[in-house]
Ligand binder design. Structure first.
Ligand SMILES: Nc1ncnc2c1ncn2[C@@H]1O[C@H](COP(=O)(O)OP(=O)(O)O)[C@@H](O)[C@H]1O
Ligand SMILES: [Mg+2]
Length: 248
């Protein structure tokens, strides 16, 4: 469903992606792990066309992601942004229904609100939350709203950027479980970025480790613990000693 081939991206002298190659089969959940600043978010943004690669190819469903109708392309995606990225000046339901209120997915406001309330319920939030503003919500509730927004238009492909960062371990567990359930029930293709190993085990079918701009290891989550890859082992166990330099 998603294929990145030898993707390079630099910002000035900062050569972030150095030949990234990765494949995500339809209906599967891929989790990308790696240290902070290794280019995980940049890789997601390349697929969405928010960042333009310097070279390489990105195919979504066999088609070049950088060509064709952008609106139709993006209508297939849902995204939970790192940090939630809710619009503070909009109520919760308007955030959730954001894409249902404009563009090619536009529908009448009353219908969009109904869908928003249904999606809020799906992520464990009561209808009363719909008319609150993001600043009135806890961090866990904001994540749930972001998740409801990501699934509101029933996308075929969903991206989750650091879905549990900033949450306590119990709330992280709840969000991980929700993500897994929703991806399975929607039959969506999912790509998640995280450095939370609990998320990896809860969400992934396949795992890919990004380091030095390339995928150092990729395989099924069940093979992660005996990969024999020193980079992956160091990351999984959070060791200070190993091939990954701790000082950056
Ligand atoms: N728009 C941008 N302009 C310049 N540098 C950027 C931009 N986006 C990301 N970077 C740089 O690219 C590197 C990777 O960033 P990012 O993908 O956000 O890391 P992470 O793996 O933590 O998600 C960082 O060094 C970051 O500073
Ligand atoms: Mg990031």
């Amino acid at each position: 469903m998603i294929r990145l081939e030898n993707v390079h991206k630099s910002f000035g002298n900062n050569h972030v992606l150095r030949g990234l190659t990765l494949e995500v089969p339809k209906g599967t959940s891929m989790v990308i792990i790696g240290g902070s600043g290794t280019g995980k978010s940049v890789a997601l943004k390349c697929v969405l066309g928010l960042v333009t690669p310097d070279s390489g190819q990105i195919l979504v469903d066999g088609k070049d992601a950088t060509k064709g109708d952008r609106d139709a392309f993006l209508a297939r995606f849902g995204m939970l942004f790192q940090g939630g990225a809710l619009f503070d000046s909009m109520s919760v339901w308007q955030n959730v229904a954001f894409r249902l209120l404009r563009g090619s997915l536009k529908r009448p406001a009353a219908e969009a609100r109904e869908i928003a309330i249904e999606k809020l319920r799906r992520v464990g939030l009561k209808p009363e939350v719909a008319d609150l503003f993001p600043a009135e919500l806890s961090g866990g509730m904001q994540k749930r709203v972001g998740l409801a927004r990501a699934i509101a238009a029933e996308p075929e492909i969903i991206f989750f950027d650091e879905p549990t960062t900033g949450l306590d371990p119990i709330m992280s567990g709840v969000i991980n479980e929700l993500i897994r359930e929703i991806v399975v029930e929607m039959g969506a293709t999912a790509m998640t970025i995280t450095h939370d190993m609990t998320s990896v085990r809860a969400i992934a079918d396949n795992v890919a480790m990004l380091h030095d701009g390339v995928i150092k290891w990729t395989g099924p989550v069940a093979e992660m613990d005996h990969s024999g890859d020193p980079y992956l082992d160091q990351f999984i166990h959070g060791r200070a000693e190993g091939p990954i330099e701790a000082v950056r």
